[in-house]
Design a binder for this molecule. Structure first.
Ligand SMILES: Nc1ncnc2c1ncn2[C@@H]1O[C@H](COP(=O)(O)OP(=O)(O)OP(=O)(O)O)[C@@H](O)[C@H]1O
Length: 698
């Protein structure tokens, strides 16, 4: 029977499975976990196993629940099943997300108990979750939460619910940097309870609660789904795992397909630990299948990816390999700054005829905006899934810059003035602003300042200088104007102070300014720049993007499961990727966050079939930045270092004294010297001519 089945797959559907894949497909009952590498055909195995259960074991398709990570994967998998087998067999199995399963349990429960639950998220919600959380944050902290922090808050709440952390233990986990987190959390939960709302995370906790406390509903669900399959098992959280285990018990016909090395949703409560426990703790009788052959990428990419991920310590040992040929090497491109980076990408993309097989990937959404501006100007079609998160135009730093510029063009613009008067070197008091507002609301603000009663000489001189600065500013091109605001008007100093006082990341603010400068570079005047910002933000709000012949722009998280002939990963800077928080954690010997960052990088590089390009820059908005340590690791794998020096080791330079190595390759060595700060030197001269002495290693 088995041979006939595989023959059928091969002859009728063109699927030729490997022995490892066949074993997994044939597994029928009891717990099993398939540990697979990227590009190993996990989807192929899941759809073939589903077919095997239906065709050979006569299991009704409605009795098999296949849980996928996202709605998109559920529909991809359904389409793949139908397009592969649909012409010959009229079968439509259930592929659904865990949220959609949970919601069906809640709907059923609310129907029989007459309780109403309304969704707080999604398109049909009457209440806006973001606004609600903003209000609650304000209530406890008396300041408005900005969009970055709001996203952090949403993730933290999600993490608490997914990790099933008890409210009273929240403060033990509060390394999240949100003040009054406990109060905010409790207020949010209470509001939802009072008003009968649930959010996406409540779907999981509530359905678990329903199943735990209603044996009849639990029994009905178990009867309905005696076979459960879980795709992307590495990204299921604690509460999701609990729900799945409860549903599968006592038959435990649970088939999980996973790659612990692709677990990248730690911030939502998913960790590889859950998977590592599958056999050791949860199901000692579980079968483990390995799928280690990669069908996607060239041998060059597979070999390097394999060595790269082995640098992680918390993982199942697997050996990624491929029978594909060795092709061109991975390209590491080192550019001067972010402007060179976008220009480089545009020039590369212009050479490609059909862009649908090319992706530009990044760690953070914000990286795409400068690029979007240039793609649009160059008529290069691009596809981007979620533009809702590209909120830099509403970000306070962007709004500040706009206000500076508007005030320079219209010296009577009181709204802009009020926004920025204390964010520059004007030394203007709130009292003066109030006075001008009440006595001369429509006049030239700088004139009014100069004519304020009882001014001291130095104040007058200062306001005269400010007036002339703003006049000068109005004549500049947008790019120079932004630099002038940063440096001459000392907005940069304000940003640094602000980050010290309120914990807003200076690096993030600096990135926003650097993006504004990329956009400004192509404009001739401040007016043209302001109009461009407006049109870009409208375009991103309203655009419906088409995938046809378009280059995909995506975060690595959203590119999970996808594959492309050519991949460019941009903004590979230490502190951005890996994130600064993961680096700080590592410095305190906490390795998990950095390992998660390494997995994200691994997911990124393994999306590539053939051409992988890793791009790093030396300067971001004029600040020296260091290449991502992951790029250095790849370089070291490709070309092991000839020198006995490592990043992190302490050295002594004959002239500059003691320092710590921050970056090293065949040409350059970047050292942070105690006395003189960061210096980039020539490796050849320093190392070969004995200008350095090793003091200590890591
Ligand atoms: N036995 C096989 N022979 C040849 N090609 C295969 C085989 N199994 C799968 N493939 C192909 O390998 C590629 C990768 O498969 P798939 O996308 O299912 O991998 P995956 O394991 O889900 O990857 P990832 O986890 O990286 O997203 C697909 O193009 C698929 O058609």
């Amino acid at each position: 029977m088995q041979d006939r089945f595989f023959q059928l797959l091969n002859e009728k559907f063109g699927i030729c499975l490997t022995n490892q894949q066949r074993e997994a497909v044939l597994h029928k009952e009891g717990p099993a976990i398939v540990l697979a590498v990227p590009g190993a055909g996990k989807t192929t195995v899941l759809i073939c196993r589903t077919l095997n259960l239906i065709l050979n074991h006569r299991i009704n398709p409605n009795n098999i629940l296949t849980i996928t990570f996202s709605k998109a994967t559920a529909s991809d998998m359904k389409n793949r099943f139908i397009s592969t087998f649909g012409n010959i067999l009229n079968i439509k199995p259930n592929f659904s997300t865990i949220h959609s399963f949970s919601y069906s349990v809640i709907r059923y429960f609310s129907k029989i108990k007459g309780i109403k639950y309304e969704l707080l998220e999604g398109n049909d919600s009457k209440i806006n979750k973001n606004l609600l959380l903003k209000e609650i944050y304000y209530k406890f902290n008396k300041i408005q939460i900005n969009d970055e922090k709001l996203e952090d808050l949403i993730n933290i709440i999600s993490y608490i619910k997914n990790m099933m952390i008890k409210p009273e233990d929240i403060n033990d986990f509060n390394n999240f940097g949100i003040k009054n987190l406990y109060n905010i959390f409790i207020e949010y939960e209470n509001y939802k309870k009072r008003a009968g709302f649930i959010d996406f995370d409540d779907m999981l906790t509530l359905s678990l609660n329903i199943l735990e406390n209603n044996p009849i509903i639990l029994m009905q669900c178990r009867k309905r789904y005696p076979y459960i399959q879980v795709d992307e098992g590495q990204d299921t959280s604690k509460v999701q795992n609990k729900l799945i285990k409860l549903l599968a018990y006592p038959k435990n016909n649970l088939f999980v397909v996973a790659d612990d090395d692709q677990s990248i949703y730690g911030f939502r409560g998913a960790t590889p630990h859950e998977l590592l426990n599958f056999k050791d703790i949860d199901y000692p009788d579980a079968k483990i299948f390995f799928m280690e052959e990669n069908f996607r990428s060239t041998k060059t990419i597979v070999d390097i990816s394999n060595k790269f991920i082995q640098l992680n310590k918390i993982r199942f040992k697997k050996n990624l390999y491929t029978k594909n040929e060795e092709k061109e090497p991975i390209k590491i491109i080192k550019l001067n700054d972010e402007l060179e980076q976008v220009e480089y990408i545009i020039n590369q993309l212009k050479k490609i005829k059909d862009l649908s097989n090319t992706a530009v990937l990044f760690r953070n959404n914000i990286s795409s905006i400068g690029l979007i501006d240039k793609l649009e100007r160059n008529n290069i079609p691009f596809y981007i899934k979620d533009t809702k998160k590209l909120y830099i135009f509403k970000h306070w730093v962007c709004q500040d810059i706009i206000s500076f510029l508007k005030l320079s063009l219209d010296n009577t613009d009181m709204d802009s003035f009020q926004r920025i008067y204390y964010k520059m070197n004007g030394y203007i008091s709130k009292k003066s602003v109030e006075y001008i507002k009440s006595t001369k609301p429509k006049e030239n603000i700088f004139e009014s300042l100069i004519n304020l009663p009882e001014l001291k000489n130095f104040q007058k001189r200062n306001y005269i200088r400010l007036k002339s600065d703003f006049k000068y500013l109005s004549k500049l091109k947008a790019y120079d104007a932004i630099s002038f605001i940063e440096n001459e008007l000392e907005y940069r100093g304000f940003l640094i102070d602000n980050s010290r006082k309120y914990g807003n990341s200076f690096e993030y603010s600096n990135t926003i300014i650097s993006i504004l400068k990329i956009i400004a570079k192509e404009t001739n005047s401040i007016n043209e720049f302001l109009a461009r910002l407006d049109s870009l933000s409208k375009m991103l709000e309203n655009a419906r993007f088409n995938k046809n012949n378009a280059v995909t722009l995506s975060t690595i998280h959203s590119a999970k499961g996808l594959e492309f002939e050519s991949v460019y990963i941009i903004d590979l800077i230490d502190g951005e990727f890996p994130s600064s928080s993961s680096i700080e954690a590592l410095e305190s010997n906490i390795i998990e966050p950095l390992e998660e960052e390494r997995r994200i990088f691994y997911v990124g590089i393994t999306r590539t079939k053939r051409n992988l390009n890793l791009i790093t820059i030396n300067f971001k908005n004029g600040e020296r930045v260091l290449p991502s340590r992951f790029v250095q690791e790849i370089e070291a794998i490709e070309k092991p270092l000839r020198y006995d020096y490592k990043v992190g080791s302490t050295v002594e330079h004959k002239k500059f004294g003691k320092g710590v190595i921050k970056f090293i390759d065949d040409k350059n060595i970047v050292i942070d010297f105690e006395k003189v700060g960061i210096k980039q030197l020539s490796t050849r001269i320093c190392v070969e001519k004995n200008l350095l002495n090793r003091v200590g290693g890591r």
